[in-house]
Write a protein that binds this ligand. Structure first.
Ligand SMILES: Nc1ncnc2c1ncn2[C@@H]1O[C@H](COP(=O)(O)OP(=O)(O)O)[C@@H](O)[C@H]1O
Ligand SMILES: [Mg+2]
Length: 356
């Protein structure tokens, strides 16, 4: 899978812009605050239907404009496609695939596959399990819509259950009501756990390979899914029942896939606690490169790799290894200066425009 062209209209600091991309390495160069990250944001918008940084979506609309548009041209093994996203200050955004508006964002998933990495992604290793769950969820959803629906359903049930917990019902009544929620929750929990377990199991060898490569075999990366251990719905229900008083006291459900995690180790030591910043960063990158491999395996074509500002964060050895890796997959990489002796399509960005 490849992108051939991106058009932006009133998107952040881009007024009107058209950029052609080549296969292999595309280097997006420019000084600070010129629009490099904005560009990757726009491309990644077409992968997941949302921004990796805007909390309020309308903030992507140029400050002097009423609407904004992203138009991305994708070349695939079979057929090409165009993804368009139109933002308006007044209405909800519209997403079109080949000119046809979609009804649900889930219809977009899988249309265009990409993997995004920025220094921020360090939180994938460093921060709370939530970030690692999001990583699993976005990944599995990209190639599996059933999972996306399942997750939505789980969250809905969880919300309802939590609401009940806060309603100050008599305990006996609550026990009855909880039976329904627990059963539904258990069904979804078991399925989600299986998907995630399987995902981490598949991811591990790829992540290990990427990490060995980036570190020149100096470090061995290990991944382990940490989640619910029960093997049947009945056992999960029992666990939920056992936790009722605890949940009542807390006012929320304390057990389930919404607490899952991935344990990451280097040479068998927990990276989150003991890894250096550099190790954690390389780990996060390895996970992302592995994500790329997994998606590739599932859809039989390579997704596009989007790397924001990663070069400044790596030592020369790791930098060169990463760049060598990027030759084999269409990559968009941003940086402030680029003087490496590799073949690439170099684009200069200045103030929301590509310098000709
Ligand atoms: N909605 C918007 N309208 C106009 N400019 C914007 C908007 N959102 C962000 N910007 C501008 O985009 C620039 C930052 O772009 P960014 O892609 O993060 O830069 P960098 O090249 O450093 O990655 C800033 O100058 C910011 O003011
Ligand atoms: Mg940036």
């Amino acid at each position: 899978m490849e992108i051939t062209k991106l058009q932006l209209f009133s998107y952040r600091n881009y007024k009107q812009c058209e950029i052609d991309f080549k296969n292999g390495l595309n280097v997006i160069c420019g000084k600070n605050a010129q629009g490099k990250t904005n560009l990757l944001e726009a491309v990644y918008f077409c992968v997941v239907g949302k921004s990796f940084r805007a909390s309020r979506e309308k903030e992507v609309i140029n400050k002097d404009s009423e609407f904004a548009k992203i138009k991305l041209f994708i070349k695939k093994e079979i057929g090409n496609s165009i993804v368009e996203i139109i933002f308006s200050r007044k209405d909800k955004k519209t997403v079109k695939i080949n000119g046809v508006p979609i009804k649900k964002i889930s219809e977009l998933l899988g249309e265009f596959n990409g993997v995004f990495f920025s220094p921020d992604e360090l939180k994938l290793i460093k921060e709370s399990p939530e970030d690692r769950r999001r990583f699993m969820d976005i990944d599995i959803s990209q190639t599996n819509k059933q999972y996306f629906y399942l997750l939505n359903r789980y969250n809905q049930i969880l919300q309802n259950r939590n609401k009940q917990l806060k309603m100050n019902l008599k305990r006996d009544d609550l026990v009855d009501i909880m039976k329904i929620w627990n059963t539904q929750l258990a069904t979804c929990s078991l399925k989600i756990a299986k998907y995630r377990q399987n995902f981490v199991y598949m991811l591990a060898p790829f992540a290990q390979k990427a990490h060995s490569y980036l570190t020149d075999n100096k470090e061995k990366l290990g991944l382990e899914y940490v989640g619910i251990e029960e093997k049947t719905e009945e056992d999960i229900i029992k666990h939920l029942e056992k936790n009722l008083d605890k949940d009542l006291a807390l006012g929320y459900t304390s057990y389930g896939p919404h607490r899952d995690d991935i344990k990451v180790t280097i040479n068998d030591v927990d990276v989150r606690t003991y890894g250096s910043q550099g190790q954690q960063r390389t780990c996060a990158l390895s996970l992302k490169l592995a994500e790329l491999d997994i998606i590739k395996n599932q859809i039989n074509t390579k997704p596009v790799l989007l790397l924001d500002d990663v070069l400044s964060e790596l030592d020369d050895d790791r930098k060169n290894r990463l760049l060598a890796y990027c030759k084999n997959v269409q990559t968009l990489i941003t940086c402030t200066s680029f003087n490496y002796n590799v073949q690439c399509n170099k684009l200069e960005i200045e103030n929301g425009e590509v310098k000709k």
